[in-house]
Design a protein around this ligand. Structure first.
Ligand code: NAD
Length: 492
């Protein structure tokens, strides 16, 4: 069995408690690694190291030096991307084809933000008072806590770590308890790249223990979080007590909207990739498929035809389309929602149960499932399932598509399938979501801001602006014409 320790102050550290937890392969059910189980003691230790680094060597780095080390890190990531992808698949059961693509492309995040490190510029402000020189400067926030989910551990980390370091902060990472291995493996690259001691630390453990201690720690200046809205709300509540900023990347129930003028086959592929890719375990899943009434039956027929061909099986194999559900509680939740949908009166036209084919060795597979006859007020349409379950909702026209699309507490993403450019522009404007895709789905880039409206989150990751989420702006006032002033009146 592999063994993983915390990474604190550039050293591998075992928990003071001596406790461990296991990492399980969702495909085989095999416990393949044990991970040292952290507690507030390791968090204290890691935050102290991060604080020292900030006040020490890292704080002395010029922005260009910070950028160079991130670019060098991106090269090491490229070299190791396949090995890292393999570990991610072993831990979360998502397709190796997808995980290895993610661990490869994440190098670009470090390269991009490395390039931005020495382009963080303040400005000289127009003088509104005689004798005053007024300028702004951007400064790092301090020690940042980065908390990630299990579905794409290293890519979600890249969204946070690359800009946080480029901005000059130091960090303590808490990966998901289900998928700690790849992040701890990644720490080997942090060592190899020559990152000064204490700049990047990782403490493995559970949310209500390590996670909460990190959020509550008085020396942590910000939390950048990806996970469920339930955990996000708890974190925001704890952060409010400290008046600490947070970035929250939370769940979704995204509408994927197909109009009758769309390229039919492209929209079918888009609908499939919106929900069955990653076994539906993606925050941006197009789990509500809105189909215009006049093509509804034809569309459903073809969708079922294509989806029923999806090959379920070993996520390491190149021809597998749908892998296992990652965690046992998630597996139970998916099956529960299938029952909820049936009880609500939705019609199951594909799947609808646990998959028990002889080609799978694990016990955590769910058949790709499609429900029709769903109305938007049903729980299956309103609540995030995070599994391969698609709800199809018919609509009459553009106005109704917008109404149904926006009638949800979430606002992470939306898809629109149409060949009418005017409609594409109108829909993109009216849909209340952080990302709108037209004639494509599940596309992401380091250059494009990503985040949620409404209950899907707060703040943005990716793109140039995201670096500001990790910076404080300071106004500096220099009086160069000393004169006698009335000390009792504010200088406005
Ligand atoms: P989760 O909220 O259960 O856990 C996420 C992380 O938070 C884990 O590391 C966990 O240990 C930690 N955590 C849990 N409670 C905590 C607390 N009280 N204090 C501090 N840390 C705590 O989520 P999950 O099941 O790992 O991930 C699935 C969810 O993540 C889905 O809702 C999905 O939509 C969302 N997600 C969002 C995005 C996005 O970018 N918007 C991306 C991926 C996943």
């Amino acid at each position: 069995m592999n063994e993983y320790l915390h990474f604190i102050g550039n050293e591998w550290v075992t928990s003071a408690s001596g406790q461990w937890f296991e990492s399980e392969n969702p495909y085989t059910g095999e416990q393949w690694a044990r991970v040292s189980k952290g507690s507030s003691e390791e968090v204290d230790n890691a935050v102290a190291q991060a604080k020292t680094a900030l006040d020490g060597e890292w704080g002395e780095y010029t922005p260009t030096e910070r950028g160079k080390i991130l670019v060098k890190l991106s090269e090491l990531i490229e070299r190791e991307s396949e090995a890292l992808g393999r570990i991610e698949t072993k831990d979360n059961g998502k397709l190796f084809a997808e995980m290895s693509a993610q661990t490869k492309v994440m190098a670009e995040w470090y390269r991009y933000y490395g390039g931005l490190a020495d382009k963080i510029e303040g400005s000289v402000l127009p003088a509104t008072k005689k004798g005053i020189f007024n300028y702004t400067r951007y400064e790092p926030l301090g020690v940042i806590g980065l908390i990630t989910a299990w579905n794409s551990p290293l890519l979600l980390l890249a969204f946070k770590l690359a800009p946080a370091l480029a901005a000059g902060n130091t960090v303590v990472i808490k990966p998901s308890e289900y998928t700690s291995a790849s992040t701890l493996e990644f720490m080997k690259l942090i060592l190899e790249v020559g990152m000064p001691k204490g700049v990047v630390n990782t403490v493995a453990g559970f949310g209500n223990d390590v996670g909460q201690s990190l959020v509550e720690h008085p020396d942590v200046a910000k939390i950048a979080f990806t996970g469920s809205d339930v955990s996000g709300a708890k974190i925001k509540e704890l952060a409010a007590k400290k008046i600490m900023p947070v970035t929250l990347e939370l769940g979704g129930k995204s509408p994927n909207i197909v109009f009758d003028d769309a390229d039919f086959e492209a929209a079918i592929i888009g609908a499939i990739s919106g929900i069955f890719a990653a076994t539906g375990q993606t925050c941006i899943a197009g789990s509500r498929l809105l189909v215009q009434k006049n093509i509804h039956d034809k569309f459903v027929k073809r969708l079922v035809e294509i989806a029923s061909e999806a090959k379920i099986g070993d996520p390491m194999l190149a021809d597998t389309h749908v892998g296992p559900v990652t965690t046992p509680p998630q597996f139970q939740k998916v099956l529960e929602y299938i029952n909820i949908a049936k009880e609500e009166g939705a019609r199951c036209v594909l799947g609808g149960k646990k998959y028990e084919g002889s080609n799978v060795s694990g016990d955590r597979f769910v058949e790709p499932t499609i429900f029709t006859g769903v109305s938007n007020d049903m729980r299956i349409a309103q609540e995030e399932v995070f599994g391969p379950i698609l709800s199809i909702i018919p609509f009459e026209d553009e106005a109704e598509a917008v109404k149904i699309g926006n009638d949800i507490v979430y606002g992470l993403a939306a898809g629109v399938w149409t060949n009418d450019i005017g409609r594409a522009l109108r829909m993109s404007e009216k849909l209340r979501a952080g990302t709108v895709w037209v004639n494509t789905y599940r596309a992401l880039s380091y250059t494009a801001p990503f985040g949620g409206f409404k209950r899907s989150g707060e703040g943005r990751e990716n793109g140039k602006e995201a670096i500001k989420e990790f910076l404080e702006v300071k106004s500096v006032w220099i009086n160069h014409e000393l004169s006698k002033e009335n000390p009792f009146i504010m200088k406005l």
